[in-house]
Design a protein around this ligand. Structure first.
Ligand SMILES: [Zn+2]
Ligand SMILES: [Zn+2]
Length: 278
């Protein structure tokens, strides 16, 4: 893994072919100083934006990209720091560029995302009611068999993503099975990107056994409560896992926890505006 030495000022959607992960933001849902934890995957001529929060269109613009440049989306769950920019994406596609963006999404989550979130601001834009498919090209991931838990797979050009279900909310859910729809993303069989999840050692251990991840980017809340994995909970993981965990989705006061993270043996804190190349 190679981390860019400085923040990328003029982001492009192509590269020479290496797998590269650009952190649009590394902040939690209520961040003021940081951008929201959204990720842009770039590999050769292919790209995929994982989540598009409320601040994402502005964050991308500040890095030199327009939202309309982004053609491919994957959404991990319905919190606003992950979907708040989607209405803008779908309306720009319909009324500005006349080019539908593409979303990797299964039928179950498409129904949830459209009916509960995206429909309100777009359905009544024209004389005839618009549907999700009027606004998005859909890539349907396939359900994989014999996985430790429900997992979906898709390819966006040369980028392979697998999407195991996660245990994010409500906080009373016993497992991913009784949690509302959310997923993490395995990228090219070597990187686990947790997106938002509660502390879930079973996810990390069962999938790390299968894939022997090179790096794990993991949600890290700076206090223990609610629907995210906390730094104290993550600190109880075995050292071999912690050594490859890069912490992300953290609060604005993360610098107060640097010593704790170092002592616990985590790899590092994800760097907003930087590129991780594999
Ligand atoms: Zn979030
Ligand atoms: Zn969330």
């Amino acid at each position: 893994m190679n981390i860019s030495s400085r923040q990328i000022k003029a982001l492009t959607l192509t590269n020479s072919g290496a797998l590269s992960l650009y952190f649009v933001g590394t902040g939690s849902a209520f961040t003021r100083v940081l951008n929201q934890n959204n990720l842009l995957i770039i590999k050769g001529r292919d790209h995929l934006l994982v989540d598009c929060g409320t601040k994402c269109p502005q964050s991308l613009y500040d890095a030199g990209l327009r939202l309309t440049d982004v053609q491919n989306y994957l959404i991990t769950h319905s919190h606003a720091d992950h979907i708040g920019g989607l209405e803008e994406a779908q309306l720009l596609g319909r009324y500005v560029t006349a080019q539908k963006p593409t979303m990797v999404i299964n039928k179950t989550y498409e129904e949830i995302l459209w009916q509960q979130s995206l429909r309100g601001g777009s359905e009544k834009s024209e004389a005839i009611d618009l549907t999700f498919k009027d606004l998005w090209n859909v890539v349907r991931p396939k359900r994989l068999k014999n996985y430790p838990r429900e997992t979906w797979e898709a390819n966006i050009g040369s980028i392979n993503v697998k999407m195991p279900r996660t245990k994010h909310y409500p906080d009373s859910a016993k497992s991913w099975r009784d949690s509302f729809w959310s997923c993490c993303v395995i990228i090219d069989n070597k990187i686990l990107y947790s997106s938002d999840t509660r502390f879930d050692p079973d996810l990390l251990e069962s999938f790390d056994r299968k894939f022997k991840f090179e790096t794990i980017f993991h949600d890290c809340q700076l206090f223990t409560a609610g629907i995210h994995a906390s730094i104290d909970e993550l600190s109880t993981l075995p050292l071999n896992l912690k050594k490859k965990i890069v912490l992300m989705h953290y609060g604005d006061n993360w610098k107060e926890f640097r010593a704790q993270a170092r002592d616990a043996g985590f790899h590092s804190w994800a760097k907003q505006g930087h590129t991780y190349t594999f």
